[in-house]
Design a protein around this ligand. Structure first.
Ligand SMILES: NC(=O)c1ccc[n+]([C@@H]2O[C@H](COP(=O)([O-])OP(=O)(O)OC[C@H]3O[C@@H](n4cnc5c(N)ncnc54)[C@H](OP(=O)(O)O)[C@@H]3O)[C@@H](O)[C@H]2O)c1
Length: 318
């Protein structure tokens, strides 16, 4: 049996529960490819799943390898795979429920992967999948953002938000980004037309109205945005809570406004869309920190602080 190095949570808890272990190398099923990872990246869901926050709705079988994002080389393909061949460089958001990308090898469904953007190295490519897919699906599918519309993006410097700013500009929207003073230059550099510093301006009513509000952070209540929403505006949020879920169902009964909640889906087709944006020079990852696989506890601890500007990437292997 072949083995590999992997970081694993042994039980629910904080990053101190992570350890580097030798584990069996996964074997691809007929519709999967086996990837030798060169890089991964961290998303808040990695540590949220493993600290037990979701244990009653999404239990994790321990020990568990966290991480959804990967970039690397196809080593082996399942018998039914037609779209990839050994030697190709791919990137993907793993289609497993709990991850598995903090390891030397991982298996991914053919439909969840795409060839890497040709202009990026593996660490840059691995910074994209989960956060980039979230931003794309939030704006295109949930927000139905159209050319010429105005969008407010809250959390514009984060993993999801910094892609949302660029994707919204690629969709020819007028973008106002909300971030703190230290990230204003970064968010402007990504193409935002306007920036609101949430540390000096605590309400959003000085600008707008907006056709779409994309709240990637959800520290302000929905009602904070109502004064700057057009009569048919869509409010899109990455963090569902019971009040927002109720609003999403009930709002059509009394308003033309809509509340939509994002649940990111792993889709190779959408990764090909993002690859094209990257290769057209319209999308680029910002790397906050690059760490190595055995430094994953530090990476998760940093992510938990909620101050990441762009992405934390993890280099794997040689
Ligand atoms: N539902 C889904 O499918 C889905 C998918 C992806 C992510 N998510 C969730 O969405 C959230 C964001 O994910 P992420 O990867 O973007 O997180 P992240 O990268 O960790 O976000 C950190 C960023 O948030 C900014 N921030 C913190 N407080 C803010 C505030 N009050 N206003 C504006 N910006 C603020 C920080 O900037 P400063 O340092 O300047 O404050 C930092 O740049 C997470 O809770 C994640 O779990 C959900």
């Amino acid at each position: 049996m072949s083995t590999m190095k992997a970081m694993q949570y042994q039980r629910y808890g904080g990053p101190e529960q992570l350890s580097l272990n030798d584990v069996p190398r996964p074997i691809p099923s007929p519709d999967q490819v086996l990837v030798k990872l060169a890089a991964s990246s961290v998303n808040p869901v990695d540590w949220k799943l493993h600290n037990g926050s979701f244990r009653f709705i999404m239990p994790v079988k321990m020990p568990s390898i966290p991480g959804f994002d990967l970039a690397g080389e196809v080593i082996e393909v399942g018998s039914a795979v037609t779209g990839f061949a050994p030697g190709e460089r791919i990137y993907a958001m793993l289609d497993s429920r709990t991850g598995g990308a903090s390891a030397e090898y991982a298996v991914v469904g053919e439909k969840a992967a795409a060839l890497m953007p040709a202009t990026l190295n593996e660490q840059e490519a691995a910074a994209i999948p989960l956060a980039g897919l979230t931003a794309l699906q939030a704006l295109r599918d949930n927000g139905r953002l159209a050319s010429g519309q105005r969008i407010l993006i809250v959390g514009a410097s984060g993993g999801v938000g910094h892609y949302a700013v660029q994707i919204a500009k690629a969709m020819r929207a007028h973008v106002t980004g909300v971030c703190s003073a230290k990230n204003i230059d970064m968010v402007k550099g990504l193409g935002a037309d306007k920036v609101i510093d949430y540390t000096s301006q605590t309400d959003f009513t000085t600008d707008g109205p907006y056709d779409v509000v994309f709240d990637a952070i959800a520290t302000s209540p929905f009602k904070a945005f109502v004064p700057v929403m057009t009569r048919q505006a869509v409010y899109v949020c990455t963090l569902p809570n019971p009040a927002l879920i109720a609003r999403a169902f009930l709002m059509p009964l009394y308003s033309k406004r809509r509340v939509r909640l994002v649940m990111v889906k792993s889709k190779g087709e959408d990764l090909r869309y993002l690859k094209a944006l990257v290769e057209d020079g319209k999308l680029r990852p910002v790397i906050d920190r690059a760490l190595l696989l055995d430094q994953l506890p530090t990476a998760h601890a940093l992510s938990q602080e909620g101050r990441t500007a762009g992405k934390i990437v993890i280099g794997i292997g040689a």
